[in-house]
Structure formats: structure tokens, C-alpha cells
Design a protein around this ligand. Structure first.
Ligand code: ZN
Length: 408
């Protein structure tokens, strides 16, 4: 998923999360990928008839209204979108009782949805979507010794143990009649064969994951080093090895232990790009190269000139960009403000009321501007000290220029 799309979805989920119903009347539906719309409609008709029995009159009306709104929208779909569909609908409680407002949101999830969920509650159930957007990348995990190996995939918080295999290599006791050296050679050969098999499994599992950011290897003994040193993994996977860790177990429990061990490492990797970019910005600023600028106005001007190489935007930026027109003198203008100020916006010329013609997240507007001149956009999270500094000290908007431009 595009970073900007992710951020937009994150904001929407944040809003949905804070909404409440007067009673248990907000409907959440998760439709898994591949489920025919006709099946979904049947289920919803059934829920509709069940909801007719709700005792509280207002709640009943509200749930039925929400369900028919959903059904009407679903009828427009010829089939379920490729990743499934998430629906939130219901009357949102406001400050004044009896003035609840009906809202309906249909969201195509960024990943394949595997479960069906139908909930009527006083809130929307956004957790599954939240988990999905937290996932920025995937990591492959391999735990091995000479007896067994296990493969896992770590995506966000979810860890899946995909496969476990065993070698069948006999223990330390050799069968009678064989010389110790010959026995050792056989064992070495068997281990080599087993590493080859591990490599084949790893290639099959991990090469298919486009968002794979790295591989972490672990195990109780020296086998993991033999495996990493040898040519068992596909070269593109081998390049992605981030670390090798000692863990007490092999097999599935080893995978869990490895995840624990690798936590700090993973955290660093996830934010490596944004740390690099912020540091490059700070470097240029400290050396006074003239290539580091910050603040919305100055950055916007440079973007319009096509002079920006990298645009840095803090995910923390809450402002929106509005395009308005004066209702009296027809003056048209643009302004960056926080959402709450929209209603107080007045015409700068005649102080009359204005009509909002268009509004966007400021981040999105600047990113679009950057795209037009082929500028790289880096969304900087608040998870690193570099990211927090960008927001606190520089207002969350900064740029590294292609060439120096004159100051205004
Ligand atoms: Zn005016």
C-alpha cells in the first residue's frame, strides 16, 4: 500500500474509532475476499429480520436503517472487491439527543480479508483494519539446527509459523561396524543435504513475499552459521539477512524466541530510511549548505520551482489545506489551517463568510505537489527521535534541495 493511502486510512480509522452510538446500534461488517455479494446480502437480510426483534424502539429503527443503507450500497456491487470489504454504518450520537446523524463508510482493505464479522455495538470495530495498516513490511524467520528447521513470517504484530521440517539425521550414536571418521563424513553430508532442503523451503516461502524487508536466522548451535555461510539461500534472500541470533530451541518455539530476540533490530530497520533522511537534512542545515529548508511557505515555493529533491513530511501534521471563495466579493484563496478553524474562516479582503470549495490533508496536498516534479516524498513517523525533532523543531515540513535557491 502506498504510504499516503495508509496515512489517509489511518486518519479515517482514528475518526471512526472515536464515534459512538446512542445505544448498541453501530453496525460493523467485514466481508472476506472471495465471498459472493449474493451470499452477503442473504446474511444481511437474515440479520435484518433478527434486528426487527430489538426491544428498544429507537435502537431498532436505527439498526434497521443502517442495515438497509448497507444493503442498498451493496446492491451496486457486481462482486466483492479483490481484498474484501469493510463497512461501518449507523447513527452517530451528537451533543443533542435525537439529532443523531447517519453515516456509512465502505472501505476496501489494503490486505486480503480472511474473516467474516458482523457486529452491532455502541462503537465501530476497527481493530482488524488497524492491524492491517500497522503492517508496513514483512520479515522472514528461519530457526534451525541439524535435526529440525522452522520458517516463520512476521508481519506487524502477527507471526505465522509457516512450515516445520525435520532432517532424520541420526543422533550421536553410530551403528556398529562403521568407523568414527566415516560416520562423521556421512553426518556432514546429511547436514549439507538438510541445509539444501532448508534453503529450498526458504526460497519457496520468502521469494513470494514482495514486501519482504529482511531475514533473521536463529538456532541453538553452530548450524545456523554453517547455513548462512553456505550457498543455500537464493542470493536475493541472502542479501536480506539482517542478523543471526542464538536461541535455546529449534522448531516452532525457536521462532517465537527469535522474534523476541530480534525486536530491537527490527525496530531500527523499520525506520531506517526516515532516520537517514532526517539526518541528511540536519547535516545540510548544520553545514549551512543552503540545501536544507523548512517551514510550509518556503518548502512550497521550492516545490513549485521543482527544486526539491526530497520532501520530508511528519505524519503528525494535522493541518488541512482549504480552497475557498468569498460569498460577497468572490475572492478566491487557499489556506492551511487546522480542521476546527474551518468554520471561522473569513474572507481576507472583506471579512465576509466564505464557501469551502475543496479541502485536503495538507500532507496529501504537498505530496501531490512533489509528485509533479518527481520529488521523493518521505513520510516521517513519530517513532524515532529524529522524527520527533522534525515535527517539534521544524514544524514537520522540510526539504532537501537539488540546488540552492535564493531566499525570499
Ligand atoms: Zn470577500
Amino acid at each position: 500500500m502506498d504510504e499516503l493511502e495508509r496515512l489517509k486510512l489511518e486518519r479515517l480509522i482514528g475518526e471512526l474509532k472515536s464515534k459512538r452510538g446512542r445505544g448498541t446500534e453501530l453496525v460493523t461488517i467485514y466481508i472476506p475476499a472471495g465471498r459472493p455479494i449474493a451470499d452477503v446480502l442473504n446474511t444481511l437480510w437474515y440479520e435484518y429480520s433478527t434486528a426487527s426483534n430489538i426491544k428498544d424502539r429507537t435502537t431498532r429503527h436505527h439498526v434497521l436503517d443502517a442495515l438497509s443503507a448497507i444493503i442498498n450500497r451493496l446492491k451496486l456491487f457486481r462482486k466483492t472487491p479483490p481484498n474484501g470489504l469493510v463497512i461501518f454504518a449507523g447513527y452517530i450520537a451528537g451533543d443533542v439527543p435525537g439529532r443523531e446523524k447517519m453515516e456509512i463508510h465502505l472501505i476496501e482493505p489494503p490486505e486480503r480479508l480472511k474473516i467474516w464479522l458482523y457486529r452491532c455495538d455502541s462503537r465501530f470495530h476497527t481493530e482488524i483494519l488497524e492491524d492491517m495498516i500497522r503492517i508496513r513490511e514483512a520479515y522472514g524467520l528461519i530457526v534451525l539446527d541439524r535435526n529440525e528447521a522452522a520458517f516463520g513470517i512476521l508481519k506487524g504484530k502477527s507471526l505465522e509459523v509457516v512450515e516445520e521440517i525435520t532432517s532424520g539425521i541420526p543422533g550421536k550414536h553410530r551403528a556398529g561396524g562403521q568407523s568414527a571418521r566415516r560416520f562423521e563424513r556421512i553426518i556432514e553430508q546429511l547436514a549439507h543435504e538438510f541445509y539444501k532442503r532448508i534453503g529450498e523451503y526458504a526460497n519457496k516461502i520468502f521469494l513470494e513475499i514482495p514486501e519482504l524487508k529482511g531475514i533473521i536466522v536463529g538456532g541453538p548451535g553452530p548450524s545456523k552459521y554453517e547455513f548462512v555461510k553456505g550457498d543455500y539461500l537464493h542470493y536475493t534472500l541472502k542479501e536480506k539477512i539482517l542478523g543471526v541470533f542464538d536461541v535455546g530451541y529449534s522448531g516452532e518455539s525457536g521462532i517465537y524466541e527469535l522474534t523476541e530476540r530480534a525486536k530491537d533490530l527490527l525496530k531500527d530497520v523499520q525506520y531506517i530510511r526516515e532516520k537517514e533522511v532526517v539526518n541528511e537534512f540536519l547535516y545540510n542545515l548544520a553545514r549551512d549548505t543552503g540545501l536544507a529548508i523548512y517551514g510550509e511557505e518556503e518548502v512550497r515555493r521550492a516545490l513549485e520551482m521543482g527544486a526539491v529533491r526530497i520532501l520530508l513530511l511528519s505524519e503528525n501534521l494535522k493541518k488541512i489545506r482549504v480552497f475557498f471563495q468569498c460569498k460577497m466579493c468572490q475572492y478566491e484563496g487557499r489556506k492551511s489551517i487546522i480542521e476546527d478553524q474551518v468554520n471561522d474562516l473569513k474572507c481576507p479582503k472583506c471579512k465576509s463568510e466564505v464557501e469551502i470549495i475543496d479541502k485536503k490533508m495538507l500532507i496529501e496536498e504537498l505530496a501531490n505537489l512533489a509528485e509533479m516534479s518527481g520529488t521523493e516524498v518521505v513520510l516521517v513517523s513519530n517513532e524515532t527521535s529524529e522524527g520527533r525533532e522534525l515535527y517539534k523543531t521544524f514544524g514537520g515540513i522540510a526539504a532537501i534541495l537539488r540546488y540552492r535557491i535564493s531566499r525570499t
